[in-house]
Design a protein. Structure first.
Length: 223
């Protein structure tokens, strides 16, 4: 586990937004466009808001396509929806065109086909990925001990998690490991144990994306 910095909460949010903005801007400069896959949970919302206030000099948003790391199998209007969180905190404030936003259709009855369809929409390699971490060490919807951790070819899977709603769509490790820039963020004392275990070398899911750089607050870092 690569720890990039340990920062108090406000400074962590600002640092995460700046790192993501720089990576997106450099991707656009290098390739003419950029892809950004974001996550759900409690951590990304403030980071989204910080990103949304950065002007086009920081991020050329008109050249950025938005993807999702995972999604609960709920309608997009649900309070449980990662898409809804991103829409309210990032997409709507930026006024991003819907054609640049690639939503995981978790509400579809045929979850396996929804996963296949989303895989077909992904770029060969995502430019920038924002990951969070659960108190069990999961990231995306890749949970400890799950068969999905052994996936070698499928890029998106329908999986079951330990908490309701159980069914999720998630990017797989091959996609996350192929991403050019991965920023992980973990906050709160409830993450301190898994952070300690991963810093000691335990291979929990959040530690299985080797290029990821993690920002921690002092509580998550056990300080």
């Amino acid at each position: 586990m690569k720890v990039a910095a340990i920062l108090e909460r406000d400074a962590l949010v600002a640092e995460a937004a700046q790192r993501l903005a720089t990576a997106l801007r450099e991707a656009v400069e290098a390739r003419g466009s950029a892809s950004f896959a974001t996550s759900g949970g409690s951590t990304p919302g403030p980071i989204h808001r910080a990103l949304a206030v950065l002007g086009p000099d920081h991020v050329p948003w008109k050249r950025v396509s938005i993807f999702f790391v995972d999604e609960r199998c709920v309608p997009p209007s649900s309070n449980e929806s990662n898409y809804r969180l991103a829409r309210e905190t990032l997409l709507d404030p930026l006024g991003l065109l819907s054609s640049r936003v690639h939503r995981m259709e978790g509400e579809r009855k045929d979850r396996e086909q929804a996963a296949l369809d989303y895989a077909a929409r992904l770029p060969e390699a995502l430019d920038v990925v924002l990951l969070g971490m659960g108190e069990d060490g999961h990231t995306a919807s890749l949970f400890p001990g799950a068969p999905a951790l052994e996936e070698k070819s499928a890029r998106v899977l329908a999986v079951q998690g330990p908490k309701p709603p159980p069914w999720r769509l998630t990017l797989t490790l091959p996609v996350l490991r192929a991403a050019r820039t991965v920023l992980g963020v973990a906050t709160g004392a409830n993450k301190a144990d898994v952070v300690r275990r991963m810093r000691s070398g335990e291979r929990l899911p959040a530690a299985l994306v080797p290029q990821a750089e993690w920002l921690l607050d002092p509580a998550a870092a056990g300080q």
